[in-house]
Design a protein around this ligand. Structure first.
Ligand code: CO
Length: 436
């Protein structure tokens, strides 16, 4: 079972070199299940029993399934993120070095482990904006071959490399694209060719580097899976699978995957935007509900913010809290933070534990060491815009924000089961406390 899930997730991951591709892939899985695409700019005609999805910027996606017997309804929402640290290719990208080399000029997106990007085949993917017959269209591109590489400086030229090195993104991390015969304009000719158009038809682009290394299942008992972007596509994938399986006729199930978590979520399409609130309100309006009914529904709703967690590192177990530490393949991680970087509190933890218990899935608890700041995620940011009871969860992994991360093969299946159970539940507020 774990093997089959890993294979399916691997196929999913390989299709997601950028957030745009991830959203397209999620959209096509939803459509295969009967979900109908809505446009934010269009008129929505929705009805009980209906399945819909909507995207913003082609890089964030919200899908919802409306129960048939709403009555005193609520929303069951799971949110993850579609983006990951990488390098964005600048607008004027070609850089010549001594008339011999052609590099691509990039800048960092999110907080990556720089060292993990060296000496490995990389390529370029993203979206291009094309002018066709006088109007603009968007097309996703993925150069599906080894195209660029960021070469290390030989140890003979930097004897101190192993003593801790401060990487300069404008100097050390520029990828090599060509040499000798490579001419100015070649990069843009390549992109236009990939898009199937003349160069002059490309008016805009959002292009990123991506890792070419295949995902791998490994370890003594094949217990580990390594791949790009497990943070957070493992959760995006598992919650999508759970979403497609579980439903409840008295609630509205919502699947959310937001862009820009890695740069703080404060964008038009990020978790800090109005996207979730706008969609929830439009669902209520579309169903003929009153504004008060919207507020009542939100007060009785529950959100699971799913973003991967740090497992105990084998070489550095001291980096994690003595007891509130987690391991791969040991179940879903519930994250807490007194400073509210994670939204989990007594109430939301109790609810989520109950869901996992009903699903037969183990849970573990994570908190940062009290002398370490730790990371942030999207749950607390989204719940400012829509005041949802939220729990922060994730799956344990190693090497977060490396270009090749490692997680446990069993955990994906655990999250699918828990999410199925979650979406099959109905939440309501009773005597001031949320219950299911
Ligand atoms: Co993340």
């Amino acid at each position: 079972m774990d093997k089959k899930i890993s294979q399916e997730m691997t196929a999913f991951l390989k299709d997601c070199p950028t957030a745009f591709h991830a959203v397209r892939r999620i959209g096509s899985e939803l459509e295969a299940d009967g979900y109908q695409r809505l446009q934010e700019s269009g008129k929505w005609t929705i009805e009980p029993g209906g399945k819909y999805y909507v995207t913003r910027n082609d890089s964030s996606i919200l899908a919802f399934h409306i129960g048939r017997e709403l009555g005193e309804f609520s929303f069951s929402i799971a949110a993850s993120h579609s983006d990951f640290p990488t390098f964005k290719i600048k607008e004027q990208a070609e850089l010549e070095v001594r008339k011999q080399y052609m590099q691509l000029n990039t800048e960092g997106y999110g907080g990556m482990i720089c060292s993990s990007w060296f000496d490995r085949p990389l390529s370029v993917a993203g979206r291009v904006i094309l002018k066709e017959n006088g109007r603009f269209i968007t097309k996703l591109v993925k150069i599906d071959r080894d195209l660029v590489l960021i070469p290390s400086v030989a140890i003979h030229m930097n004897r101190k490399i192993n003593e801790g090195f401060a990487y300069n993104k404008q100097v050390d991390l520029l990828p090599l694209f060509g040499a000798g015969e490579c001419r100015r304009g070649d990069f843009y000719r390549l992109i236009a060719k990939e898009a199937g158009v003349q160069e002059t038809a490309v008016y805009g682009s959002d292009l990123y580097l991506y890792n070419r290394q295949e995902p791998s299942v490994w370890g003594a008992r094949e217990e580990f899976i390594s791949a790009w972007h497990l943070d957070d596509l493992q959760c995006a994938y598992a919650s999508l699978k759970g979403f497609l399986k579980g439903s409840h006729e008295q609630s509205i199930q919502v699947y959310a995957c937001f862009d820009n978590e890695e740069v703080g979520s404060g964008t038009r399409q990020g978790a800090g935007s109005t996207f979730l609130r706008d969609v929830l309100r439009r669902i209520c309006l579309g169903l003929g509900k009153t504004e008060e009914e919207y507020y009542r529904a939100v007060a009785g709703s529950f959100m699971v913010s799913a973003d991967n967690a740090h497992g105990v590192h084998p070489n550095h177990p001291e980096k994690t809290d003595a007891e509130n530490c987690v391991y791969m393949n040991e179940g879903i991680v519930i994250k807490s933070n007194a400073g509210q970087k994670y939204t989990s509190d007594g109430v939301s933890i109790a609810l989520f534990r109950e869901i996992c218990e009903r699903a037969g899935v183990p849970v573990q608890f994570f908190a940062n060491r009290s002398d370490q700041a730790g990371g942030s995620t999207l749950g607390n940011i989204a719940s400012v815009k829509v005041p949802l009871r939220t729990v922060d969860i994730g799956l344990a992994q190693l090497s977060m924000h490396s270009v090749y991360e490692t997680a446990g093969v069993r955990d994906t299946g655990y999250l699918i089961k828990a999410m199925e159970r979650f979406y099959a539940s109905h939440f309501e507020e009773q005597d001031g406390i949320l219950t299911l």
